[in-house]
Design a protein around this ligand. Structure first.
Ligand SMILES: *Cc1c(COP(=O)(O)O)cnc(C)c1O
Length: 422
């Protein structure tokens, strides 16, 4: 896609031609103190609020007010099976079968629950392989799992590291790590889209490689869900987890999604932590039964879920379903490609994009590395009304989200950058 053009007119023309442009109006766009809309490029951290969210949550507040406990069975959307309202659309969004997904808990908690089942260390095979620059919470979770099982958290970690002077990870290096250490590795756990560089990994390639060496393979898709085509089922991954408050626009601290591959759906012998919500729905309320686990990802639930948070997720998923993820991805590639084009056209050597160039190896985020880790560029962008984030040591992350960002947003952001750099 190299037929981008410079100038504000081009950006405006693209917005006019964009069939998804009207969805911006369905979101609350934060404003500055003068009431002017900010250029919000931070959906990688917290997605914006759909205007419909309030209606969805109010419905449940109303049922609670009017029905009390009977809302579980007689509400407009009965709470007992509320999580099932999210199953189909979640499965579609992440490329899974309905039996493979569930919404529950928060992200790091789910990562632990998945490791309770899929990290099964033995005397010979007890290590965990992660990216050297994994998201801190994932690294802490993995280290604590090692300690929990009585292993040293340094010796037990095998890091997939970029080469000297590079930021992105190379598959050849993963291959040789597995050639050397494959027999010692119990679990390969990768951040599906790296939070720092924006590199979107080839799940199928990593999974096939991990399985060839006898490892379990899981992905943290916090930066992938709602952003890239995860195709989880076909990847063959054993499990995946993600949050819903980044690209899935479901509100701060909202619940997490979880994928368990169909091949594990009916394995009752798989060790797991359980609660009453993992138990057979038909006999759950007999309260006396021997434990009888639900098939599929639902069998990993513990508790009855927070309906208010799920209502926000439902509001957002309904929007995604209405738009169609394929259309969204198409716009996303065009919008981020345009962003890249404009940044490169600045011809500035104080900044450098470290995110992969190939549209299939990234989502909408571009990570802009700033020379000498000069944070003032980010501070000035913020003062100029651009919401992005700074990640230590030296990167500004910007994510034009195709549901609510426009070509004009991207154009104006780069114009502001140009002014600041001059
Ligand atoms: C955002 C993010 C988290 C955050 O974890 P929570 O448990 O939701 O606080 C964890 N891991 C990754 C890779 C993330 O991007």
């Amino acid at each position: 896609m190299s037929n981008y053009k410079p100038g504000l007119d081009y950006a405006k023309e693209q917005d006019t031609l964009d069939e998804l442009a009207s969805y911006r109006q369905q979101f609350h766009i934060p404003k500055d103190k003068n009431g002017k809309e900010l250029i919000y490029l931070c959906g990688n951290s917290l997605g914006l609020q759909p205007k419909s969210t309030k209606t969805y949550i109010n419905q449940e507040l109303e049922d609670w007010a009017n029905l009390g406990v009977d809302g579980h069975t007689h509400g407009k959307n009965p709470w007992l099976g509320y999580h099932e309202f999210l199953t189909e659309s979640t499965a579609k969004l992440v490329g899974a079968k309905p039996i493979e997904v569930v919404t529950m808990n928060s992200l790091t908690a789910n990562l632990h629950f998945m490791m309770a089942s899929f990290y099964k260390p033995t005397k010979e095979r007890n290590k965990i392989l992660i990216e050297s620059d994994a998201f801190p919470s994932d690294k802490y979770a993995v280290e604590s799992q090692l300690r929990h099982h009585g292993y040293d958290d340094k010796e037990g970690l095998i890091l997939w590291t970029p080469r000297e002077g590079e930021e992105l990870l190379r598959y050849e290096d993963l291959e040789s790590l597995l050639e050397t250490h494959g027999k010692e590795i119990a679990l390969v756990m990768i951040g599906g889209v790296n939070y720092y560089t924006g590199q979107f990994f080839d799940f199928k390639r990593i999974t096939t490689l991990g399985h060839k060496h006898g490892c379990m393979v899981g992905f943290d898709c916090a930066h992938g869900a709602g952003n890239v085509n995860l195709d989880l089922h076909n990847s063959g991954a054993d499990f995946a987890v993600w949050c819903t408050y980044k690209y899935m626009n479901s509100g701060p601290g909202s619940l997490s999604g979880c994928f368990v591959h169909e091949r594990h759906a009916h394995n009752k012998d798989l060790n797991r932590f359980t609660g009453w919500w993992s138990h057979n729905k038909a006999t759950r309320f007999n309260m006396r039964h021997e434990f009888d686990v639900l098939p599929g990802a639902e069998g990993w639930q513990l508790s009855n879920p927070p309906i208010l948070s799920m209502a926000a997720i439902k509001a957002s998923l309904d929007l995604f379903s209405e738009v169609g993820f394929d259309k969204l991805l198409k716009k996303s590639k065009k919008l981020t490609g345009y962003f890249e084009y404009l940044l490169k056209a600045l011809g500035e050597d104080t900044i450098r994009i470290i995110t992969p160039e190939h549209p299939n190896e990234r989502g909408c985020q571009l990570s802009i590395q700033v020379l000498k880790a000069d944070k003032t560029l980010h501070t000035k962008l913020t003062e100029a009304g651009v919401v992005s984030d700074w990640r230590e040591p030296d990167v500004i992350r910007c994510a034009p989200a195709p549901l609510y960002n426009s070509f004009t947003d991207v154009y104006l952001m780069v114009e502001k950058m140009k002014t600041i750099l001059n």
